[in-house]
Design a binder for this molecule. Structure first.
Ligand SMILES: [Zn+2]
Length: 195
């Protein structure tokens, strides 16, 4: 089992996707509730995995760890703890079989989903620190959302954990607020705040 390492943008994206499966982001509904959902999560991101029964709890722990790192992005701690996520894994090598040479890690025999995801999250976090900086670890800008993300965009102005979802929610809320604030035809809006 091999994991390609030279795309920290992809890896940071997997880390972001993983933290945003957490129940607190979905009003209590875990988006990785069982092994089948974990397998789907990995397959959708082309992560080659063996999934074992204990992996689900381990991935939930990993998810909490990564979330904590995004929420408290002190550089020294990010480097130490993201490095630790990659420690149990295997041998780094250069894969030259597919045209452009790529850094890869051959996962040790018996490695499972949590090993692969730990490695990917660790590499994503370290890559962002190397190529960008710690201001890229952020909470979602939507007022009602508990999500978080790692911003790997070039300008670094990403605001939402799930732009298609949270960004749209904010747009809809702003639109409603503007409509509500506009004076109704033929009537006045009573002032609600009496001081
Ligand atoms: Zn969000």
């Amino acid at each position: 089992m091999q994991v390609v390492l030279d795309d920290y943008v992809w890896a940071a994206g997997v880390a972001t996707d993983l933290v945003n499966t957490a129940p607190e982001v979905w009003h209590g509904e875990d988006q990785l509730p069982d092994l089948a959902s974990l397998i789907t999560f990995a397959e959708l991101r082309s992560i080659p995995v063996k999934v074992r029964p204990g992996d689900l709890r381990a991935v939930h722990r990993l998810r909490a760890t990564v979330r904590d790192l995004i929420d408290h992005p002190a550089q020294a701690r990010l480097i130490t703890e993201a490095g630790a996520l990659t420690s149990a894994i295997g041998n780094v090598t250069l894969d030259v079989t597919s045209g452009r040479p790529r850094w890869t890690v051959s996962l040790r025999p018996g490695a499972t989903a949590v090993d692969a995801l730990s490695l990917i999250c660790g590499v994503g976090i370290l890559g962002v620190i190397q190529s960008l900086d710690v201001t890229r670890f952020r909470a979602c800008g939507a007022p009602t959302c508990q999500g978080a993300f790692i911003d790997t965009t070039r300008p670094g102005r990403r605001r939402y954990c799930m732009p298609g979802l949270c960004g749209n929610r904010v747009n809809v809320a702003n639109h409603r607020a503007r409509k509500a604030a506009a004076p109704a035809a033929g009537g006045s809006v009573p002032a609600a705040n009496g001081g």
